[in-house]
Design a protein around this ligand. Structure first.
Ligand code: URA
Ligand code: CA
Length: 432
């Protein structure tokens, strides 16, 4: 087989066989296929697309390119959750202990963040002592004993995806549905879950700017999941404005604690209940979504959810007293209000730009090497649809520098106040 023939076949709109796709992925991982050939191939996929069978073959080849995690020693159905990316997305930190508190096994492998704020792993590291690098044996033991553990992506998971993603990043081939779907699903499949709940975000803060594209991506991933024998479902959610009120790291931990205590922001809680109910049903702990939701609501109401979060923190070496005393979390030196310049109704809060404002404070990384300041971030006092009076605070800035004019400028440019504003529909669709 020659790579040049396979590039030509895809360029001319042909369909590649499983064997041909394996040849490309293993060849590129080993270095036999060059960067320039792979670039040409990726661009031909960008223009000519792939069939579901091709995407599934690509996904499986990438998932088998490195370590494949075996979670079979964990009892019951292991459910994983993945979001295609959001701003201020605190969902996983609430979901992991909450879903575990009703007896569903959550073996969560999460990433670090690049961009707006940290990823789930970075946010958890804002908790003093919390250890995110846990050996595989301990990870399995913790999930068996406590139903929950969250770890950073360990070992050599889907190295083909890592190498291909880096190339896509510099060849204008990131925003291709077959390539995104296979990239995400290859990592989910390699990390060993039996069932996968996907949150495909859409809007300014997301990869998929339109609902139609998000829907196609979601359908594609759900089909790959079922072809790969993983029960998979997806929701399409709105990420035109940030989720919840807190955007940062320590402040998102605080927001997660409030949520587990029953005082979470409405939009975040809706995401948590919708995704959580699906996870509980997939884990076979409830027969219907309604029953699952009632179980989750009861766990929050009677304190089991919060107790599970404390247990999860203790299990991973963290100081669980932060749950009752969130003031022990890293605190910023300066608290600065951003007052509204006029009265009206908030009509727009551009998610990705507000994420950038948080990053300017140090809440996120611009490059892999940068470190994160856990203490800094934003708190949205108003969201789209809320009425505001001139002079009232739109956003509270938590900073470790006194001068934040650059951050304020980005916020003012990306929060619109008009005559009316409608709260966006949070969940557009559920795809099973
Ligand atoms: N996230 C991934 O892991 N891969 C993509 O291609 C896009 C988003
Ligand atoms: Ca949030």
């Amino acid at each position: 087989m020659r790579m040049v023939d396979l590039i030509q076949k895809k360029r001319d709109g042909g369909t590649l066989s499983e064997e041909e796709i394996k040849f490309i992925v293993t060849g590129y991982t080993s270095g036999d296929v060059t960067d320039y050939q792979m670039s040409a191939f990726l661009m031909s996929v960008y223009f000519k697309d792939m069939t579901d069978e091709e995407i599934t073959c690509l996904t499986m080849a990438m998932s088998q390119s490195g370590d494949v995690i075996d979670l079979s020693e964990i009892n019951g159905v292991k459910v994983d959750k993945h979001s295609t990316g959001g701003v201020g997305d605190t969902t996983t930190i609430v979901l992991a202990p909450l879903v575990a508190s009703v007896g569903a096994a959550v073996a969560k492998m999460s990433g670090r963040g690049l961009g707006h704020t940290g990823g789930t792993i970075d946010k958890l590291e804002a908790i003093p002592g919390f250890e995110v690098e846990i050996p595989n044996d301990d990870f399995i033991r913790l999930v068996n004993e406590s139903y929950v553990a969250v770890t950073g992506q360990s070992g050599d998971l889907a190295p083909a995806d890592k190498k291909i993603y880096a190339l896509r990043d510099v060849t204008a081939t990131v925003d291709s549905i077959p390539l995104i779907a296979s990239s995400i699903m290859s990592k989910k499949i390699a990390s060993g879950a039996d069932a996968i709940v996907l949150d495909v975000t859409t809007g300014d803060g997301a990869f998929m700017k339109s609902i139609e594209d998000a829907e196609r991506l979601a359908h594609t991933m759900v089909r790959i999941g079922s072809l790969a024998n993983r029960q998979t479902m997806a929701i399409i959610s709105d990420m035109s404005q940030p989720l919840g009120n807190a955007i940062g790291n320590a402040n998102e931990i605080k927001e997660a604690i409030d949520s587990l205590n029953g005082n979470g922001p409405e939009d975040l809680m809706e995401m948590v209940y919708v995704l959580g109910s699906q996870m509980v049903v997939l884990a076979k702990k409830a027969d219907t979504l309604e029953e699952a939701r009632k179980m989750l609501e009861a766990s929050i109401a009677d304190g089991r959810a919060t107790a599970k979060f404390k247990e999860m923190i203790r299990n991973q070496g963290g100081d669980d007293s932060i749950v009752d005393h969130p003031e022990k979390l890293p605190q910023a030196k300066y608290v600065i209000e951003v007052p509204a310049k006029k009265s009206g109704v908030v009509s727009k809060m551009v998610a990705d730009q507000i994420g950038i404002a948080a990053m300017l404070l140090g809440a996120g990384r611009r490059t892999k090497e940068e470190s994160i300041d856990y203490a800094v971030g934003l708190y949205l006092n108003k969201k789209v649809g809320d009425a505001v009076q001139e002079g009232e605070s739109l956003v509270t800035i938590y900073a470790n520098r006194e001068e934040v004019e650059d951050v304020k400028k980005v916020l003012y440019e990306n929060i619109e106040i008009g005559k009316d504003g409608v709260e966006p529909t949070l969940i557009h669709k559920v795809i099973t």
